[in-house]
Ligand binder design. Sequence first.
Ligand SMILES: [Zn+2]
Ligand SMILES: [Zn+2]
Length: 313
Amino acid sequence: MSPPATAVRGRSHQPPPNPCWLPIVCLLAACSSPAAATTAPAGPTTSTDPATTASPATTSAAPSATTSTETTTPAVDTPVRLTIVYDNTAADARLGAAWGFSALVEAPGGTLLFDTGGDGALLLANMAQLGIDPASIETVVLSHAHDDHTGGLPALLHAGAHPTIYVTASFPAGPRASLAAEAAVVDVSAPQQILPGIFSTGEMGGAVPEQGLVIVTAAGTVLLTGCAHPGIVAMVEQAREVLPGDIHLVVGGFHLAQTPPAAVAAIVAAFRDLGVQRVAPAHCTGEAASAAFAREYGDDFVPAGAGAIIEIG
Ligand SMILES: [Zn+2]
Ligand SMILES: [Zn+2]
């Protein structure tokens, strides 16, 4: 077991305003003050075989009519692998931690990078440690426009990536123009397939519009979220609209750091009611909320953090 990694990117003991808590849409590189990252939770973060905890794969591999593009059923006997590339904490001592989120999704239908963290140098350093070649990234999905999810993108592009970038339809015009100058940009409004077996929830509304990913696996549906500004329960409900059935795993930022304990308890209960079988809260979930999920889910609580690799199916 590696010792918990200490955050290396925080530059202040007084965290500046977290862009993910502000009811505004930050422009790319416009709100890049790094919050003081926290240390990693104890323990390794590679999950055990989820097949041991998963119910039979009752989730339909066929998307509902809400998806707007032709769909392809992936080879469900091949595991899906999620690698947390960038997070507030580090699960792998070789990696740095800073406020933000990024995850690599490797699925039978293809590979994509979901969000890019806030600091390009750290993103690239973590990718190098994980053996991920920036030039191999052909698809990027940005959950929302906040800098702690988009700030690493320029460095990724300048490191040789030539991806198609999927953004929410309301993504700010200025950053969109910057991206469009260097890459193909695709707007997402309604739920749609990004790659075979990987769907966007579609743009979800609120003060900060956001999209998550809904992924088909042999163990069931996986929901990947950036910061869950539309509400993590609403995003779980949306995932069930995109792929009807229970949710095997919800991973990413749950955005509960400032949510009162009673409300967190209600959200944990809602997860159970919605058939969420495992959880891997990260990024902006908050320590108290993460602890509440850990108490409820026990062995089905999957530790996250940069360097965590979660194989499903
Ligand atoms: Zn965030
Ligand atoms: Zn945010």
